[in-house]
Design a protein around this ligand. Sequence first.
Ligand code: PLP
Length: 416
Amino acid sequence: MRSTTRKPSYVVRPPTAVLTRGFDPRLSVGSVRPAVFRSSTYVFSSPESAERAFSIALGRTHSVQGESVDLIYSRLSHPNAEILEDQIVPLEAGATSAAVFNSGMAAISTLFFTFCPPGSSFVYTTPVYGGTHHLIHQILDSFGMLGIPVPAGNTAALTRAITEAKNLRIVFIETPANPTLKMTDLSAAAAAARAHPNLPLVAVDNTFMGPTFQHPIAHQADLAVYSGTKFLSGFSDMLAGVIIGRDSELIATLRGTRAILGNILQPDECWMLNGRLPTVSLRMNRQSKNAQRIAEALAAHPKIKTMNYPTLFDDPEQIRIRDEQCRFPGSILSFDLHGGKRAAFDFLRRLKITHDAVSLGGVESLACHPATTTHSEMCEEDLRAAGISDGLVRISVGVEDARDLLHEFREALDAI
Ligand SMILES: *Cc1c(COP(=O)(O)O)cnc(C)c1O
């Protein structure tokens, strides 16, 4: 935020940058960590500064490099949002700026309402997060925004859908897909989008793998979208959303919509999320190692029909995308049980360490049955096409000792 003292004279790497940029202790009476600024409104340094701040906030003019612009009112922005938005940028390779929202869905809906006017279209991958599915079908559709679905992982179909779409504004990709872990080729999507006369934005829901294992902007996407509720915050104790972009103009436009929808992340939540950033890669690395051990150890269990996990892909196209896009396999796995819904419910009932709950990315392991919970708004046909069967269980692996988790999963599987 604002003036910065004692900056390193060389470019530091992300885990260092997240601890050193965007915050000047002198502006928080020397406090090593940021203070929380709960004010709803800010005192102007002069009427001229107030006029200038409004001109910039309303897009009538731009701030100049290094200019310190007065804050106005917390719905537009506040110090804790500014600090968080500055500190999160180095975690997303190729990004220049970020906007924070009070949930992942707030971020996603603001994205669509900002860049997709009525009568326009967008292409999106399926299956998509349950809330996004609801937004597309129950809300955007009635505003005249046409969603064009494409199955995750089908590069040819994605390229064709983008090329043929009329009045196309956004290509929205969730990769890996939830809960099947199917991966979609970001570079191919970006190439098709660049060749389209409408120059649609490529936005990637990077909640599952980012910001540690997958960097959409480095693969030519425009925006990386996050539910900060998941890995970024990491303790299942808050809601947040983030959009990070290569072009600060796009982020400024999103902030303009945010100011009117009133869905900026509140100061206390910004402060909490800010404190979680330096450990996100530590947590994700441990969670990914745990998940890999568990997925590979259980894959051949006789009760499991198929195990979905990136190191166990056997489709050459999926392996190619994985190797190009993801540094590590991540901590989400899902498996299809022999015995359908009864077997899946039986498995969930037997877990003691792992809780039966939706959400993911926290330090504690969670398991759920997607067909009857997170994905229950999908019709039978779409569920079948996406590979979300009655016997499918999704697990988000935490930072517990993997041996304890493996022990309880084996016991539960054996007992089904
Ligand atoms: C949780 C989630 C969201 C929505 O985020 P909220 O913070 O719950 O609003 C969006 N996309 C994905 C992939 C998610 O897992």
